[in-house]
Design a protein around this ligand. Structure first.
Ligand SMILES: NC(=O)c1ccc[n+]([C@@H]2O[C@H](COP(=O)([O-])OP(=O)(O)OC[C@H]3O[C@@H](n4cnc5c(N)ncnc54)[C@H](O)[C@@H]3O)[C@@H](O)[C@H]2O)c1
Length: 316
């Protein structure tokens, strides 16, 4: 049986990826230091003989007494919300190191194992994009010193070092540029837009929007994103490829707020409270034609269905 290592496997995306890989018959090793997640996300896998979990900081060298065939690197804080205690603003050094030193350590580990390697990059490498939708060839509009640079630039360096191992060391690597994903197991403390809207609506509190709500986002349900990551890792002809994984369905932030209000049957009013955070992108939408051709992949879960599943999770 092939053994797959998932760094960040206790996180939101990582835990769903572990579930999917186990379902497909792989043996899975989760490596996580629980910096931005809780053990709860993987507690249902405790008695699964094909699953094991190691508490480890990926910035330290990783030594295992068995071989793995694939390494997914999803270990990094991901929330952009300034008010969240687990956002990359609250964990700046941890974020920069996880995507740089952490990526290097996992690449060295993959090289020793001759394992395939996938780096979870982000749409944030495009910064505040000047091209819409964003194709993989687009080089981005990113500030090296702005508040989001902690995340954006460390992801960009993570890509650089991954590409170096591909080019110079002939490692089989893949880079997934993941766009906003939502779904069950997102942490409340994470405070990403959709979680805030859902929790506010469920409590009957005002739903707060930064700015005038005309900025757009494209949200992909976690099940779809995870399938994209699996196809990129295991698919034929994906060696060395960089692929956008996300939804091409663009909505304004106000539309998301209105939909959440409708689906939660909430009496909350929608209010426009603060100005947009500095460097907050105005538009974000992937061009996913490469994923469609290369991976035969595109998001399948309709927005309302995904939102209802997420709302149910937060209700529970
Ligand atoms: N969720 C999204 O919308 C999205 C979008 C773009 C990119 N991504 C990327 O996907 C990956 C997963 O994101 P997520 O939303 O699941 O975030 P998450 O915070 O839920 O999961 C990240 C996991 O990594 C772990 N971790 C962090 N630093 C670590 C370290 N040094 N050593 C070991 N474990 C560490 C955390 O404890 C957590 O379990 C991240 O790399 C993120 O940048 C996510």
């Amino acid at each position: 049986m092939e053994t797959v290592l998932v760094a960040g496997g206790a996180g939101f995306l990582g835990s769903h990826l572990c579930d999917k890989l186990l379902k497909e018959g792989y043996s899975v090793v989760c490596v996580d230091n629980f910096l931005t997640s809780s053990l709860e996300n993987i507690s249902h896998l405790r008695d699964n003989k094909s699953f094991s979990s190691i508490n480890h900081d990926i910035c330290e060298p990783l030594k295992l007494d068995f071989k793995v065939t694939h390494v997914f690197h999803l270990a990094s804080p991901a929330s952009p919300n300034h008010h969240s205690k687990i956002s990359y603003h609250s964990l700046p050094l941890e974020t920069m190191l996880a995507n740089t030193t952490g990526t290097l350590e996992l690449l060295k580990f993959a090289e020793k194992n001759n394992a395939k390697f996938l780096f979870a990059s982000s749409s944030e490498v495009y910064g505040d994009p000047l091209e819409h939708p964003q194709k993989e060839e687009y080089r981005g509009n990113v500030s090296t010193t702005g508040p989001r640079s902690i995340y954006d630039e460390s992801k960009r360096f993570g890509e650089t070092i991954t590409a170096y191992f591909s080019r110079n060391k002939k490692l089989d690597t893949k880079i997934a540029r993941i766009f906003n994903t939502y779904g069950p197991r997102m942490m409340k403390e994470d405070m990403r837009m959709i979680i805030i809207f859902i929790t506010q609506a469920l409590r009957g509190e005002p739903i707060t929007i930064f700015g005038d709500g005309s900025q757009t986002r494209s949200l992909c349900f976690v099940e779809d994103t995870v399938l994209g990551l699996v196809r990129l890792m295991f698919g034929d002809g994906t060696k060395g490829e960089v692929v956008n994984i996300g939804s091409g369905e663009e909505h304004t932030v106000l539309e998301f707020a209105e939909l959440v209000k409708k689906l939660t049957v909430s009496s909350s009013e929608i209010i426009f409270s603060e100005k947009l955070p500095e460097d907050d992108p105005i538009r974000r939408k992937p061009d996913i034609s490469k994923a469609k051709t290369l991976l035969d992949w595109e998001p399948k879960v309709p927005l309302e269905e995904g939102l209802l599943k997420t709302i149910q999770y937060f209700k529970n």
